[in-house]
Ligand binder design. Structure first.
Ligand SMILES: Cc1cc2nc3c(=O)[nH]c(=O)nc-3n(C[C@H](O)[C@H](O)[C@H](O)COP(=O)(O)OP(=O)(O)OC[C@H]3O[C@@H](n4cnc5c(N)ncnc54)[C@H](O)[C@@H]3O)c2cc1C
Length: 573
């Protein structure tokens, strides 16, 4: 067990009294944890899997205002989202970056009547959006951000100019519109950075992954799922930030069944990561934001040297761990064929897929895309009052946390000490565009290595370089990836790693970029084992569990891993 976790467990043994317990370590729970820690409270954050491993690991990776929410008349949500987008661009510039976005437009007026009707609440059907409704939406988008213009205003291009820039787009288009939003490179890493920031703000606070809180006989009890040890814990308030599982968690955290209407009704969404250079180049550095034939908005954009495409939107009755099913892959392929008809995309090009459940507020809307993406806090009475987070987007996690914490502070009769709107996140502190150059000069490392480290860690890259310099194993775990063995050791020691998948799926981009192979898995497992003190049986177990997880939930089969190992040894021969 890494020393970092031992210290936390020791802290719990010493003192199980907290001001607030936050249950659920997705981005919303983590946001609340940081916000409470910033107020100087002692907080316990409990996540039963790894941090940011649920829905928060499955977004389209857009940090956006939500252009299409304007159709629903959700101006406040768009305004809040744009404000949060701009805050993230300056607080976490190492991970949140501008994303030029282009909408191919196939008609001029279509969707105008439907858009107006839906805006007035008279229509619940999606319809194709023509140039005029898109122009109206983008003008509003520009207007909302007029006082702090982070990006250029939107532009329209005629057919010829559009096809000149994107020659592989479906030639049926009439024109295109380009505007700016933002994207996040490593959402799971930002989650960890926020947890680490919170612990600096309130050193007595504790964040535990692989742990669960239940309420047997009215008290609260915490189980460390890694060791089975159980602790009695106490708090003056509970925040239930379990996303799609919020109703299940209410049952677990109160000793009797609530028996009332559920708060959340999720929809499932899946994405593919595609390694197809023709498609990558066809995007010309932009996100293409387009409508599929069923009226659903889909996205495709260049992501970490590959292409990210999605998403589906399917109602689910019950929260559970989900994966991209073959029919969802076909849906995304069909959508891509409609927008880039001449680009051949093969099943073999998919190097990774992922899926999550959006924790949306309960709604009977027949078109899932029109269910509100807004959020609210629902308070439940009890011996310990419980604040349940309902809805939300990745983009708005900070605003949602702020609203939740205001409600909690009122309950505890405490006043807010500070805000987080301007608070830098992790390696975003002190970041500048030429940070990689400075890092290379400061530590005499190659420009490539510096660029890789700054992309992943921002200004924390200095810490990584210093740690790695003291070790003899600062060499890549595989010839085709940048991650070094020493860097894995750093992550195990510093970033709350408990399982092999934590490293391969969430602390590094090794899995999502399609860089893992049998060899990489074995090498990384050996390093984690040495750092965490795993014996041979535990190491083999972890490898086996991880490979099953990859196959079942991320579409990476044993044959794919074996093929990658073979291809690489041929490349290097
Ligand atoms: C397909 C898709 C695309 C999306 N795209 C975007 C986008 O581009 N931009 C954007 O802003 N948003 C996007 N979102 C929305 C965004 O991802 C979610 O709103 C956000 O991640 C929800 O975070 P959360 O913390 O509420 O839920 P989660 O991340 O699911 O976290 C809840 C956590 O609670 C834990 N948990 C559950 N029960 C318990 C328990 N009893 N004890 C302890 N822990 C428990 C779970 O393990 C889980 O980790 C997208 C969502 C999906 C599905």
């Amino acid at each position: 067990m890494p020393e970092q976790r031992d210290q936390k467990i020791e802290g719990l043994r010493r003192d199980g009294h907290f001001d607030v317990i936050v249950v659920g370590g997705g981005i919303n729970g983590i946001g609340v944890y940081r916000e409470l820690a910033a107020q100087g409270l002692r907080v316990l954050l409990v996540e039963r899997n790894d941090f940011c491993s649920g829905c928060s690991a499955a977004p389209s990776r857009m940090i956006h205002g939500g252009l299409r929410y304007l159709e629903n008349g959700e101006f406040d949500l768009v305004r809040e989202s744009l404000c949060e987008r701009d805050a993230l661009l300056s607080n976490a510039p190492h991970m949140v970056r501008p994303l030029p976005t282009t909408i191919p437009v196939t008609s001029i007026f279509s969707g105008l009547l439907n858009g107006t009707a839906s805006f007035l609440g008279l229509s619940r059907q999606p319809s194709s959006r023509g140039a005029v409704p898109i122009k109206i939406g983008l003008t509003m988008y520009d207007w909302i951000t007029r006082s702090r213009r982070a990006f250029p205003k939107h532009t329209f291009r005629g057919r010829d100019q559009t096809l000149h820039l994107w020659p592989k787009l479906n030639p049926d288009l009439r024109c295109s519109a380009t505007y700016y939003d933002a994207w996040i490179s490593y959402p799971e890493r930002m989650g960890i950075e926020l947890v680490l920031d919170a612990e600096k703000l309130s050193p007595e606070s504790v964040a535990l992954n692989y742990a669960e809180v239940t309420s047997p006989n009215g008290g609260l009890s915490l189980e460390d799922l890694m060791s089975g040890e159980i602790f009695a814990v106490e708090a003056r308030a509970i925040v239930n930030a379990t996303g799609a599982w919020v109703d299940d968690a209410i049952e677990r955290l109160t000793d009797n069944s609530r028996g009332s209407k559920p708060l959340v009704a999720g929809t499932k969404g899946s994405h593919l990561v595609i390694d197809n250079p023709e498609l990558y180049h066809a995007l010309n550095g932009h996100m293409i934001y387009f409508e599929n034939t069923d009226g659903r908005v889909c996205i495709v954009f260049p992501y970490l040297g590959k292409v990210l495409a999605g998403a589906t939107d399917i109602r689910v009755d019950k929260a559970s761990r989900v994966r991209c099913e073959p029919e969802e892959r076909d849906y995304i392929f069909q959508a891509l064929r409609a927008v880039f008809p001449s680009v051949a995309i093969r099943s073999d090009d998919v190097v990774f897929s992922f899926s999550g459940i959006r924790p949306l507020p309960l709604s009977d809307h027949e078109f899932t895309g029109r269910i509100s993406r807004s959020h609210f806090v629902h308070r439940l009475d009890g011996t310990i009052p419980q604040f349940c987070l309902v809805g939300g987007k990745w983009t708005t996690f900070r605003a949602f946390a702020e609203q939740t914490v205001d409600a909690v502070l009122a309950e505890l009769e405490q006043t807010r000490k500070t805000g987080t709107l301007d608070m830098a996140i992790g390696g975003g502190a002190g970041f500048s565009d030429d940070y990689a150059g400075q890092l290379a000069d400061r530590h005499a490392i190659s420009a490539d290595r510096a660029a890789y480290l700054v992309d992943l860690y921002g200004t924390r890259a200095d810490e990584v370089v210093v740690f790695c310099a003291d070790r003899a194993d600062d060499t890549p775990v595989d010839n085709l990836c940048h991650t070094s063995a020493a860097e894995i050791a750093f992550l195990v020691q510093q970033e709350l790693v408990c399982r092999l998948g934590d490293i391969l799926l969430r602390r590094t981009p090794l899995a999502i970029r399609g860089e893992i192979s049998d060899t990489v898995i074995d090498r990384v497992a050996a390093i984690v084992a040495a750092e965490a003190g795993w014996d041979e049986a535990k190491t083999l177990n972890e490898i086996q569990d991880f490979r099953s997880e990859l196959e079942e939930f991320y579409g990476v089969s044993a044959e794919m891993l074996e093929r990658r190992t073979r291809d690489r040894s041929e490349t290097c021969a």
